[in-house]
Design a protein around this ligand. Structure first.
Ligand code: AGP
Length: 362
């Protein structure tokens, strides 16, 4: 019941280190040899569904954005994602063939809860992906999938995001299978990759050391751009949010291919670019985006399994054969990097200024 730091310096650090174990709990009983099982979902929930709409805030919004790529790619279902506080006031058009999914660690975020109530009032079927059982959202939605991350104390969300993303990835496969759009080879290779997630979240001492060393210089950064493509774009947003929350440094997440449409004008040696460069997805595309930034003298830190000669700094992740495994490996690097920068700045890692763990006001 009462969380302890168990020898770690901060709850955030403990929660980063716990991720490999909590995803095992998250997948328990949900991953069989040839399918995904969700006892929580009644077949009637997905019957007649042609579209998915996701609503959430903050880090939970980032897992939703990641899922939108997975739903369209793996389940061939149209999926769009909205920030709950925007959704509520835009007079959204809702159709009954849409499954409304809200994502929330706490289950209490006011804007997300109100968005869920709006969708229910419009007659949509609803599902919440949540870490807290018997919370306002789990009591409101038609169905709940619990992420089983355990208590998350650090204001900066870490393991909640990881488990949300794993649940959403499994859900995309569940939908793909139910809709018969996933070949059995594809499904097998996705299931294989899912089983490798706990391994991809094990933290190498060398990676942690590297982020500690980099933090010495990076705390002087005047501005940070985290860039990525595809699912690595929401991951870039998440990396930037982590840094902002606990280091109070200015950081933006951006789609790598969009930099040349404006932000590249900011490039100079004081601009730190954190480039997410997966081997298994669009490597050449991101590489050319990073080359453009390097040519304009931005300081580049690449996070990748592959060394890249234009990088000033390099955080190496393990080679894997699936982009989602690279996603989780990079996530760890991003979490550690922002934590170590925050530590060096002398900030309160677990309770950053101006923030609350759950935002129950509008
Ligand atoms: C993330 O590190 C945050 N502190 C914050 O963005 C959080 O994800 C957001 O407030 C949503 O909270 P929820 O998941 O409990 O709904």
């Amino acid at each position: 019941q009462f969380a302890q730091k168990d020898g770690f310096r901060f709850f955030m650090e403990k929660e980063i280190y716990e991720q490999s174990d909590v995803v095992v709990d998250c997948m328990l009983g949900r991953l069989s040899d040839d399918e995904i099982l969700f006892d929580e979902i009644d077949k009637s929930l997905i019957k007649g569904i042609n579209e998915i709409k996701i609503c959430a805030c903050g880090t939970s919004y980032h897992s939703g954005l990641t899922a939108s790529y997975l739903f369209e790619r793996l389940s061939k279902v149209k999926c769009n994602v909205e920030i709950a506080s925007e959704f509520r006031y835009k007079e959204p058009l809702l159709t009954k063939d849409t499954l409304f999914i809200v994502i929330s660690q706490s289950g209490e975020t006011a804007d997300t809860l109100e968005a869920l109530k709006m969708a229910k009032a419009a007659g949509l079927k609803s599902l919440v992906i949540c870490n807290v059982d018997n919370s306002s959202m789990t009591r409101t939605a038609d169905a709940t999938i619990l992420t089983r991350a355990g208590i998350e104390k650090g204001v900066a969300s870490t393991k909640a995001f990881t488990t949300q993303t794993v649940v959403l990835w499994m859900l995309a496969l569940y939908f793909g299978k139910a809709k018969n759009v996933l070949g059995s080879d594809k499904l097998q290779s996705e299931l294989h990759a899912l089983r490798e997630v706990p391994k991809s979240l094990i933290i190498d001492d060398s990676m942690h050391e590297k982020t500690k060393r980099l933090s010495k210089r990076y705390l002087h950064g005047h501005g940070f751009f985290f860039i990525g493509r595809d699912v690595f774009f929401p991951l870039a947003l998440e990396g930037a949010l982590k840094l902002k929350e606990i280091s109070y440094l200015h950081a933006e997440g951006y789609p790598a291919g969009e930099m040349k449409h404006g932000p590249i004008a900011l490039a100079d040696p004081e601009l730190f670019t954190i480039a997410l460069m997966p081997q298994n997805l669009l490597y050449d595309k991101i590489k050319s985006n990073v080359e453009e930034l390097s040519a304009r003298d931005s300081t580049i830190c690449s996070i990748s399994p592959l060394d890249f000669d234009l990088s000033d700094d390099f955080i190496k992740i393990n080679e894997t054969d699936h982009y989602m495994l690279e996603f989780f490996e990079m996530l760890i690097a991003l979490q550690l990097l922002s934590m170590e920068i925050s530590v060096r700045l002398g900030n309160d890692v677990d309770m950053p200024r101006n923030l609350a763990k759950s935002v129950t006001v509008e």
